[in-house]
Design a protein around this ligand. Structure first.
Ligand SMILES: C[S@@+](CC[C@H](N)C(=O)[O-])C[C@H]1O[C@@H](n2cnc3c(N)ncnc32)[C@H](O)[C@@H]1O
Length: 330
């Protein structure tokens, strides 16, 4: 396992955006390396609670569909690096699309805040065997939840040329998506496409430099397109857009008036969905107005797509695509 499970993006800005009340109930639907969750827990356990939180016990539910996120947290607690107040913290090993069901299960009718730091963690990219990165030779897997059935190899070997072309266009914004889809369909008539390097060679049909162990040397001019291709497949394997839609609706209904939702997005498709949802309160992004022309959205916008500072990007280059959106329930 690589050393750093994840480095959270815009940690301070996100926690400020949530405006945490020490006695409140919070949900972090994307636990990952636990950076955001631990910062929330610190606020819940503040020795100087606000008057409204005084004497009350705050609660944090952290979701992740990848059991390795929980295993990492357990390892950090066992070696004394982390102290997570167990009476305030509950880990939920589940897809966040089931947020509403889990809150029912825990008898939590409403929440004070919710955080979603979307997509994959550094751990996913840096673990060769998970198949998320074109940098390593590995099975074409890309499942965040390793118990789910469908892998990237299943998609690449079963979707029609049209379905693949649409997928690469929609989720990867790839200009040469159709060409790649055609090349995939041609290549798989010879043999099933099973590994990352097979896909790299099909999408980038030029001689690749000699391999160094498990690493695939990819020329700089191919990196951008390969990143988009792998992103598109990952979004499809994990049904990221479907899960996000279901979670947004549940979050809207669960939030108390005055409660906050903070979302970090990493690509334009998810960012557009979140932006329109927070502006309108619905998935279609239709802004409804009353007789006087006032916006009837259930949210007031607090952060409208804030980006990481140059200093943070210098320290953590993977924060450069992050956008923070925060809204408050009216
Ligand atoms: C960007 S990382 C979150 C990092 C985290 N904020 C931190 O401070 O370390 C996203 C995490 O969310 C998880 N995840 C993504 N989509 C999910 C979903 N639909 N349901 C549950 N977990 C999900 C991934 O497995 C990954 O661990």
């Amino acid at each position: 396992m690589p050393d750093a499970y994840h480095i959270p993006a815009m940690l301070k800005e996100t926690i400020e955006g949530l405006n945490i009340k020490p006695g409140g109930v919070y949900v972090d639907v994307t636990f990952g390396g636990g950076g955001h969750s631990r910062a929330i827990l610190e606020k819940l356990a503040s020795p100087y609670p606000s008057p409204e939180g005084k004497g009350e016990k705050g609660m944090l539910f952290s979701f992740d569909q990848d059991i390795e996120a929980y295993e990492n947290a357990q390892a950090q607690m066992a070696n004394g690096k982390w102290q997570m107040a167990n009476d305030s913290w509950t880990f939920v090993h589940s897809n966040f699309r089931y947020l509403r069901n889990w809150m029912d299960y825990y008898d939590v009718p409403e929440i004070d805040g919710i955080l979603a730091d979307l997509g994959v963690s550094f751990h996913h990219f840096d673990c060769p065997e998970r198949g998320f990165s074109f940098r390593f030779s590995a099975p074409l897997d890309m499942r965040m939840n390793q118990t789910s059935k469908r892998t990237a190899a299943d998609i690449v070997n079963s979707y029609s040329e049209e379905e693949l072309a649409q997928l690469f266009y929609l989720y990867g914004e790839l200009k040469n998506g159709r060409q790649i889809a055609r090349a995939i369909c041609k290549a798989r008539t010879d043999k099933r496409i099973e590994r990352t390097e097979d896909l790299v060679k099909i999408a980038f049909p030029h001689p690749l430099p000699e391999r160094r162990g498990d690493e695939i040397e990819v020329p700089t001019n191919a990196k951008k397109d390969l990143a988009r291709l792998f992103q598109a497949l990952r979004i499809e394997v994990n049904d990221e857009m479907g899960a996000l839609r279901e979670m947004l609706l549940a979050a809207r209904d669960l939030l108390k008036p005055g409660g906050r939702i903070a979302i970090l997005t990493y690509h334009s498709l998810e960012d557009r969905l979140v932006k329109n949802f927070l502006r309108s309160g619905n998935l279609e992004g239709t802004i409804e107005k009353d007789f006087y022309g006032n916006n009837l959205s259930p949210f007031t916008l607090i952060e409208k797509g804030r980006e990481a500072s140059a200093e943070e990007i210098e320290r953590n280059p993977r924060a450069r695509s992050a956008k923070l959106r925060v809204a408050e329930k009216k």
